[in-house]
Design a protein around this ligand. Sequence first.
Ligand SMILES: Nc1nc2c(ncn2[C@@H]2O[C@H](COP(=O)(O)OP(=O)(O)OP(=O)(O)O)[C@@H](O)[C@H]2O)c(=O)[nH]1
Ligand SMILES: [Mg+2]
Ligand SMILES: [Zn+2]
Length: 345
Amino acid sequence: MPDGTRGLAMLGWPDGAVWPRDEHVPARIAAVHGSLAEACAVAPGETAGWVRHTGVKLAGTLDVTPVAGDWITMRGVEVMEVLPRRTALSRPSPGGRGRQVLAANLDTVVVTVPVDRGLNQKMAERLTVMAWDSGAVPVLALTKCDACRDVPETVEQAASLVPGVEVVATSAVTGEGVARLRELMGPGTTSTLLGASGVGKTSLLNVLGGHRERVAAVRRDGEGRHTTTTRRLHFVTGGGVLIDLPGIRALTLSARQEAITDVFAEIAELAGECRFANCGHEHEPGCAVRQAVETGQLPRRRLDAWDAIQRQLAHEERKHDPIARAAEKAKWKAVSKGIRRRQRG
Ligand SMILES: Nc1nc2c(ncn2[C@@H]2O[C@H](COP(=O)(O)OP(=O)(O)OP(=O)(O)O)[C@@H](O)[C@H]2O)c(=O)[nH]1
Ligand SMILES: [Mg+2]
Ligand SMILES: [Zn+2]
């Protein structure tokens, strides 16, 4: 398919990567409705780009159900193969067993948290953990900044919650932060918007892509109305691909510590093989986690993310646990006493 490269690029295929199949037509899933899909298929020829097909059937031989963002091969209007996913955003299945994949092959997960009624810290943390889990890079977009009393302070507060994650102050009304999001969503990239209902995901998409997708006012109690109901792939003006998601219900996010162990299962497992039970995976001898990074078995990015979240947790625990807080205070008292003593002596 050497002459379809323009279409592939327009659909967000990474620049320079080689399409791995010879058979059938390359395409990308835009949305799935039950047993039928919408797909954008690469058109042959230098200039054609791609064509949209609706009512695409899923071959009975598929071993995974495709989701928005999946790369596929098509024959006629049938999906023949779903290519292995590079990254995938998922959550525990609503049914209770296994995981449900929401979007595939993402580079960036834009976690959207509104700040017009103050910052919901728990939401920011949990969604960021979920975003890290996808394998894509999380970015925290604070939405509705036009209606926030103190943006710089809120940004600072958010940044301290999610170390290592870029925080972008945005507004679909004033356009604040949109240029930065556009940079993060350049050609050849795929992003998604992850957040509760009513936080302004679709409003951001509309500004970024010149779209006119439906948005709706939140209820008086601040709850959204679940206006977006389909996970769908859109295009950012002059850039890559952006998948809009229906608002995620807070209930579907598992409790924080569970979520982290779940998300970092392979690190938890490796940690069981460290020489010391309380190994911090930093400089301790016989650390199985660090060794796995050295041999390439565990991507360094995963360990960095785990570190960041552990620091975040430790900070939170000190804040909420009076004993830990007292111990921390005592430690600082001892340190400052020591300093004073040294200064005196
Ligand atoms: N003040 C202000 N209001 C906004 C902004 N962005 C969105 N809104 C309003 O917030 C409400 C919800 O916006 P949507 O874009 O529909 O939210 P959503 O996250 O897509 O919601 P779901 O599709 O239900 O998940 C609408 O009334 C928007 O006009 C913003 O930047 N500033
Ligand atoms: Mg929406
Ligand atoms: Zn270790």
